[in-house]
Design a binder for this molecule. Structure first.
Ligand code: TXA
Ligand code: MG
Length: 353
């Protein structure tokens, strides 16, 4: 398998970017999916790199294009909650918690991991007996899935381990000629990936914090175990859920500009190009007062509102990446609500690859 999804196109050419609102573009993209090719498309969370989930060779191409290890399973995107019964085992599809969460959060940034039916290929699930299912809340994604008439396996449309794309231009920059068509739906509204919850044998485990705050899920179905807190077997349940990820080119450090000892870490060393990722205006002011100078600055939200911080996080990391920095200092947020997903992504961006 080569990484080129070139098909009739010549490798090395940049992808075509078509407006996602154009019915002709949707038809063309759906035809590509049905013929085993890949299409990058917008969702409300991040852009996805899609393939027909039932076509093993097409799914294998996703792993090749992303340089993604095959032990990291993919999310299967559906057009509606009713389709869950087609792909999950009857016992899980009829779990009242699935109906509750589907009714409350779909379409939306929630992924449910349920026992799979036999026709879901092992390459999609990395050999696991479960499959991750989600109904995205984006008109272009839904139109594409409906037009293709197949479930669409899609990870985020970036090279493995790097910052997820929230604009069509990020996809083009990260994947280049490795993908032939990108549907442009503008910037992603939520800006951070879906929350992943495993529902099995009466248990409910948060595998990845994301666009739906875990507190909102708990309000519907009761307490969640958190894989990050070391649930027995948690690491095995959440492959790809740990370790370095979302990494910008520069080293990223989480530094509270109001914290003790922050000044030393906020100061640029001689010759160092230092970037600032502030989550609030007050944080940016404190960082400037105690450290710097900063070669580039991003302030995610004036008041530190976690919804705005989440929506702008990856966009800002892409911009800081483009500034050619040596080091980025990032202001933390409180790890509650959407802030939990923001801190998960910042912590993993800060790990050394
Ligand atoms: O918002 C999103 O979820 C985006 C958009 C494109 O839908 N997709 C996304 O996909 O973030 P990806 O591949 O970057 O992350 C999928 C996560 C991984 O952490 C993977 O390990 C987990 O879902 N996952 C998928 N299938 C699983 C399964 N059967 N069991 C446990 N975890 C699973
Ligand atoms: Mg990803």
């Amino acid at each position: 398998m080569t990484w080129q999804d070139a098909g009739p196109r010549v490798a090395g050419q940049p992808p075509r970017v078509l407006p996602g609102g154009d019915p002709g573009a949707i038809r063309e993209a759906a035809d590509l999916l049905r013929s085993g090719r890949l299409v990058a498309f917008p969702t409300e969370t991040v852009y996805g790199l899609g393939a027909d989930a039932l076509d093993r060779a097409a799914v294998a191409r996703i792993f090749a294009v992303k340089d993604r290890p095959s032990f990291d399973p993919l999310i299967v995107h559906l057009a509606g909650a009713a389709d869950v019964a087609d792909h999950a085992e009857a016992a899980d599809a009829s779990d009242p918690r699935v109906a509750r969460l589907g009714a409350r959060f779909w379409p939306g940034p929630l992924t449910l991991v349920l026992r799979k039916r036999d026709h879901i290929p092992g390459i999609v699930t990395a050999g696991l007996p479960t499959v991750a299912l989600r109904v995205p809340d984006h008109p272009v994604a839904l139109a594409l899935i409906r037009a293709a008439g197949v479930p669409v396996a899609a990870p985020s449309a970036n090279r493995f381990g790097r910052v997820s794309p929230t604009r069509a231009s990020h996809v083009v920059r990260s994947l280049g000629s490795r993908v032939s068509l990108v549907l442009d739906g503008g910037p992603c509204r939520v800006g951070i990936e879906s929350t992943v919850v495993l529902l099995a044998e009466g248990r409910a485990i948060l595998l990845r914090p994301g666009g739906v705050p875990s507190e909102a899920i708990e309000a519907e179905i009761g307490p969640l175990d958190h894989a990050a807190d070391g649930v027995p077997g948690g690491a095995a349940l959440a492959p790809g859920g740990s370790g370095a990820h979302y990494a910008p080119g520069a080293r990223l450090e989480i530094v509270d500009p109001f914290g003790p000892g922050a000044a030393r870490r906020l100061r640029a060393r001689p010759g160092e190009r230092l970037g600032l990722l502030a989550t609030s205006t007050a944080g940016a002011q404190a960082a400037r007062a105690r450290g710097g100078p900063f070669a580039a600055e991003e302030v995610l939200a004036p008041d530190g509102d976690p919804v705005t911080v989440a929506a702008r996080l990856f966009d800002a990391l892409h911009d800081l990446d483009a500034a050619g920095l040596d080091r980025i200092v990032a202001q933390p947020v409180r790890a509650v609500g959407l802030g939990r997903a923001v801190m998960d992504r910042l912590r993993r961006a800060a790990l050394d690859v």
